[in-house]
Design a protein around this ligand. Sequence first.
Ligand code: NAD
Ligand code: ZN
Length: 256
Amino acid sequence: MKTMPDIDQTIEQVARVLKDSKHAIAFTGAGISLESGVPTFRGNDEDNIWSRYDPEDIEISRFMSNPAKSWKTIKDCFYFFMQDRHIEPNVAHKSLAKMEEKGIVRAVITQNIDNLHQEAGSHRVIEFHGTTRTATCVRCHKTVEASQLDMSQKIPSCDKCGGLMKPDFVFFGEGIPSEAYSESMNEAEKADVCIVVGSSAVVMPAAMIPVKVKQNGGVLIEINPTPSALTHQYVDYYLPLGAVEAFTRIGKAIKI
Ligand code: NAD
Ligand code: ZN
């Protein structure tokens, strides 16, 4: 029985492109973690975060003026949620780590704040939108592991000065951490291949990264069950699959 021969063919082509690459990078979004049980912000998953919470709660101005409301959403969406559900990396995160080990993938630039690439074993991870792993006091700038915060407080406070603690992920209205920004742009500059996984590619300036690779003559591979803002205009090899299935099949094809 012949099933979707064009996808089989694209998988073979993608495997070849990756094997022949000199500096492949990955650009990942919330979709890569969906099959680990982390909902996206605006994907089609019925669980998606903005169908249940107010995005303004993670706007920096709301956080500063009404931290109790913001912190409630932050705890529910990012901390209690991850703890309660025992979220773990999936085949897609693990394949990217394996590809790094084999010298195929040089860096993962992620919009995610869930730490799953690092847990899967990737070493070169650039967190474009920061992380939930640490938090910093807005008054004295002391940084602590998020696991050290007293989450029973309505507004977790700094153990040094009592100030408001803010998680180190990028809130709406905040800039991109400068090191992550420049490292990402350097990687995009060097890359001859970029695998875009699970990103709607509408959040700026993150979405500029794959565009930059393409404009420099690089090849774009995209894995997303639904076409993104990049698919029709920029992508060379589009796999309309979930991340787990796509990486399972690519992994077999390149024999890692
Ligand atoms: P998004 O929520 O805007 O889009 C998710 C994308 O994933 C969609 O294009 C959707 O079609 C795709 N998708 C759905 N199921 C998939 C699957 N099984 N495999 C592959 N792709 C799948 O996400 P975004 O583009 O990353 O941007 C939104 C912002 O949301 C980012 O800044 C990110 O930091 C943040 N975010 C992060 C997490 C996380 O850390 N896991 C979760 C939600 C949102
Ligand atoms: Zn402080």
